[in-house]
Design a protein. Sequence first.
Length: 422
Amino acid sequence: MAGLGTRHAPSFRLISAHFALGLVGMLGFAAALLWRGAAVEGHFFQPTLLGLTHLCVLGWLVPVAIGAMHQLIPVVFEVPVRSERLAWLAFALYVPGALGFMTRLWAFDLGWLFIISAGLLVTAIILYAVNLLATLARAAHVSLTGAYVIAALGYLMLAACLGFALAYNLHRPYLYIDHVRVLRAHAHAAGLGFFGLLVMGVAYRLLEMFLLSHVSALGPGWVALGALNLALAALLTNFVFGQVAVLTWFGVLAALVGVAAFLLQVRRLYRARIKRSTDAAWLHSLAAFGYLALAAAVGAAIALAGRPEALRQRLELGYAVLFLPGFVGSIVVGQLYKIVPFLIWFHRFSAYVGLKKVPSASELLAPRPQWAQLGLMHAGLALLAAGVVAPSAPARLAGALLFAASAALHARNLGVLYRRRP
Ligand code: HEM
């Protein structure tokens, strides 16, 4: 844990602002799921689903991921953030951009406000990515984690640019190919390219820190990186330029090899761990790896199996639930239970060590509310995914209810942490 805070870390306010935004986004997404959970069915291209997806990713997952990268990159690579001012500027553009974009997309009001918001959003994302890449460029050497993060930031910029191109097409149609082709490329560049590679790359480092584990043979980690990049190259090209069966097969196979190699590397780290006790954060990570394996299987079934259109639509929605709130959301929630206590401890308690009795970072929040939140969240997500694929509106609503309770408890738990003082 001591590895999380050093003199290179940026201000506590910058990280807290991103985490607070992400928490508000999670609560908003949970409320929206409760409100519109019954309508999560049919083809994915419809205003409600577009709005819900972007509320989940732009409201909740991206702000936490960006905040965590600003904390972890300087610490892991021992270089300060290239420009904290630029990060604040990006934040100032991101908030109105994301809000305007999500609400206008949901209302399917595609006028000037929509396109200006999309412009602010893409500018903010590019500023964040360039600033973080410039930070990494100063590092003495690029480790396995660094290579994943660089690739992930490249895909984030690609996804945001494709998103803007799609938004402009909705505002003033100009694409001469079916926009759904570009949409699939956008969603995979963002989902697998950005979130997938980022979570995997950072997971190697965080598992080392939190499980006190060290493995010098990183072969499967590098194989996963190579295979996933090949998969993305094949799939993105194929989505946009045509349906060449051999490219689909190759892309799916490479993606499956990549996911399997990643899970193998995680297993090695887990086996070499010194810390034996398990906590809620670790179980969130285990659940995330389960969602990832399931999403990979469902994705392969969608790409390769012959099936009726109605089943395909249900599988596509199930795929999105498993991957976004399932895989990425579980990692985000679990890691906040590690990063936030440490930051509160580091900034408020560490100065008193040796002067008076100080609790450790892991003692700042009792375990029971963390376990309760874990149970509610995964029961909710499992019901939600089952209700989408089955399909069953009551199961989706019950899932949304449990997920909303878990989001409220997560907010309460982080609130307790933020109020802790020596
Ligand atoms: C980085 C995280 C992002 C993820 C994971 C993501 C994911 C997705 C997914 C899964 C869909 C299609 C299905 C649906 O929701 O119904 C979609 C569609 C879309 N996204 Fe995103 N997105 C992200 C960021 C963005 C950004 C930054 C923009 C704009 C600047 C954007 C613009 C769009 C548009 C306009 C569509 C509809 C496409 C069409 O007209 O066919 N997205 N996105």
